[in-house]
Design a protein around this ligand. Structure first.
Ligand SMILES: Cc1ncc(COP(=O)(O)O)c(C=O)c1O
Length: 338
C-alpha cells in the first residue's frame, strides 16, 4: 500500500506486525509476533462484559538524523500498571512492556513516517481480561498486545487554534471513579458528548468537574492548560488522566522560568487567561481559539490574531525538538530504537 505521508489522518492503518503476550495462571508467557489484525477471544471474556480493559497511546518519531525515538515510554508503562491495578488486571512488568514496544516498532520500521511531515508512528498497547467469567469478577487470563500505525496530527487543524465547548450535562468520570486511569469505560462515557460537540461545530469538549460543576476537568482526550502572566496553570482534579505530555510541558515551562500552578481551575477564570490549550500525545498542543460555555452562554476568546500564543508556541517547539532529536534532551526523555 502506498502511504501519502503528507495527508495521513489520525486513524487506523494496518502494518505488518503486532506483538502479543498472555498471562495465564498468574504468569506471563512468551511475547509472540503476529501478522493478524484480529484476536480470537472467548465470548465470555471479562473485557467484553465488564470492561476489564486498559490501553496506552504513545508515539515513535523519526528525527532529522533518521533515527527513531520513543518518548518517555517508562511513564506509559507505569500508567498502564496503574490502570491494571485500577480494574484488577494482571500488571504488565516494565521489562515486558519495553520488549514489546521496541520490538513492534523495529518490526514495522518502514511505517515510521519520514522526518518533516509532522507525522509519527502511533503505538497502541492494549491489556484485556481475556478469560471467561459470567459473574462480576476479575479474569484469570489476560492478553497484552501492542499494535502500531502511522498517524498524522490528531486535530486536522494541526498546530492551529481550535474551538472547544465546555459542557455540564455529561460526565466522563467521577471523582472516585476511573478518570485517572486509561480504561475504555471513560472513553465510552465521553462519546455522546464528543459527538454532539462535533455536530455543534467544535473540535472537542471540555468536561466540568462532575461533583460540583465549578471546575475545568478534562479537554476531551487531552488535558487542559492555561497561561496567565508568568504562570502555567493546569487542573489537579482526581478524575483527570495524568498526561505525560502535560507533565513534560510543566517541566519545560518551569525551565523557561514560568510558575507552575497545579490546582483547581474554576470555569469562571476562563476570562482571565492569556492562552489556553489542550495537550496530549495525539494532539501534542492544540491551542484553543474559543471556548463556548454551552450552559452559561458565555464565549471566551483567545489567539485574537488567529495564531497560537507565544508561550504555547515556545512550549510546542521545545517538546517537538526533543521528540525529533533536534533539541537537547536534558532529562533523557527519548530513547532510540536500534
Ligand atoms: C483522557 C485523556 N486525557 C489526557 C490525555 C493525554 O495524555 P498523554 O499526554 O499521556 O498522551 C489522554 C491521552 O492521550 C487522554 O486520553
Amino acid at each position: 500500500m502506498e502511504i501519502d505521508w503528507k495527508n495521513l489522518p489520525f486513524g487506523y492503518v494496518n502494518t505488518d506486525y503486532n506483538v502479543r503476550c498472555y498471562n495465564r495462571n498468574g504468569k506471563w508467557g512468551e511475547l509472540e509476533v503476529s501478522s493478524s489484525e484480529y484476536v480470537n477471544l472467548h465470548m465470555a471474556a471479562t473485557a467484553l462484559h465488564y470492561g476489564q480493559e486498559a490501553f496506552e497511546g504513545m508515539k515513535a518519531f523519526r528525527g532529522e538524523d533518521n533515527k527513531i525515538r520513543l518518548f518517555r515510554w517508562e511513564e506509559n508503562a507505569k500508567r498502564m500498571q496503574r490502570s491494571a491495578q485500577g480494574v484488577m488486571m494482571a500488571e504488565v512488568p516494565t521489562g515486558l512492556f519495553k520488549e514489546a514496544i521496541f520490538k513492534v516498532v523495529k518490526l514495522n520500521e518502514k511505517y515510521v513516517p519520514a522526518y518533516g511531515f509532522g507525522a509519527s508512528l502511533y503505538l497502541r498497547p492494549l491489556l484485556i481480561g481475556s478469560g471467561p467469567e459470567v459473574g462480576v469478577k476479575p479474569s484469570s487470563e489476560y492478553l497484552f498486545m501492542v499494535f502500531v500505525g502511522p498517524v498524522g496530527p490528531y486535530f486536522k487543524e494541526g498546530f492551529n487554534p481550535v474551538d472547544l465547548q465546555i459542557i455540564g450535562d455529561y460526565d466522563r468520570a467521577a471523582p472516585h471513579g476511573t478518570g485517572h486511569i486509561k480504561v475504555g469505560g471513560n472513553y465510552a462515557a465521553s462519546l455522546r458528548a464528543l459527538d454532539r460537540g462535533k455536530k455543534e461545530g467544535f473540535a472537542s469538549v471540555i468536561f466540568r468537574s462532575s461533583a460540583d460543576r465549578k471546575y475545568i476537568d478534562e479537554a476531551g482526550p487531552a488535558n487542559f492548560f492555561a497561561i496567565k502572566g508568568n504562570s502555567y496553570i493546569t487542573p489537579n482534579s482526581p478524575s483527570v488522566l495524568p498526561s505525560i505530555t502535560n507533565m513534560s510541558l510543566r517541566q519545560l515551562a518551569a525551565d523557561m522560568g514560568l510558575k507552575i500552578e497545579l490546582r483547581n481551575v474554576a470555569v469562571d477564570e476562563l476570562g482571565d487567561f492569556d492562552e489556553v490549550g489542550a495537550c496530549g500525545t495525539a494532539a501534542v498542543i492544540s491551542p484553543i481559539r474559543k471556548i463556548v460555555d454551552r450552559d452559561g452562554g458565555k464565549t471566551y476568546e483567545y489567539c485574537k490574531d488567529g495564531k497560537a500564543g507565544p508561550v504555547s508556541t515556545k512550549l510546542y517547539n521545545k517538546l517537538r525538538e526533543i521528540q525529533e532529536g533536534r533539541g537537547e534532551d536534558t532529562y533523557g526523555w527519548t530513547q532510540i530504537v536500534e
